[in-house]
Design a protein around this ligand. Structure first.
Ligand code: 8DG
Ligand code: MG
Ligand code: MG
Length: 144
């Protein structure tokens, strides 16, 4: 029944880079529960990828960014999750507008907390889309 078939959705997620670290939060969600993931969320009608990344990061952590750049896009089908879903996930990177600004856990019902993790010592388990990228050798830093 086509009317009931769920459609793929667009997600925008952000590698927020600070020195050799990235910002990750442990998810509280029906998708990838308790895994470490990037900040991000659903693209809203009319938004650019950059606007979406900045908005989601602000909503989730209070942080402000600059120098936002497109990195890549991946196709992610979550068949085995309690609520099966399909995301076309757009990955951007950015830097903190103010390197002194600290992340706040502004959506504690969706995240156990945010922290910086050294790229060479990422936590486990990573959210599957991120895990796949890391295993493939992907590196989000401009000068690696
Ligand atoms: P919103 O209501 O604020 O728009 O959405 P959200 O509650 O912030 O959604 P989300 O789960 O954080 O992100 C939407 C989807 O993006 C998520 O269900 C699957 C996909 N996604 C990936 N990789 C990542 C990632 O590393 N982090 C996040 N947050 N989402 C990701 O494919
Ligand atoms: Mg969100
Ligand atoms: Mg989110």
């Amino acid at each position: 029944n086509a009317a009931k078939a769920p459609a793929p959705r667009v997600a925008v997620v952000l590698f927020l880079l600070k020195d050799k670290s990235v910002l990750l939060g442990r998810r509280r969600s029906s998708v990838g529960d308790s895994t470490f993931a990037l900040p991000g969320g659903h693209l809203e009608f009319g938004e650019s990828f950059e606007e979406c990344a900045a908005r989601e990061l602000r909503e989730e952590t209070g942080l402000e960014i600059n120098k936002t750049e497109f990195l890549t896009v991946t196709n992610n089908v979550f068949r085995e999750e309690p609520k099966p879903c399909h995301y076309v996930t757009v990955f951007l990177r950015a830097n903190l507008a103010d390197p002194e600004q600290l992340p706040q856990n502004l959506e504690p019902e969706k995240c156990y907390g945010w922290d910086w993790y050294d790229w060479d010592h990422l936590p486990n388990p990573l959210f599957l889309p991120l895990e796949k990228m890391v295993k493939s050798g992907f590196n989000p830093f401009p000068d690696h």
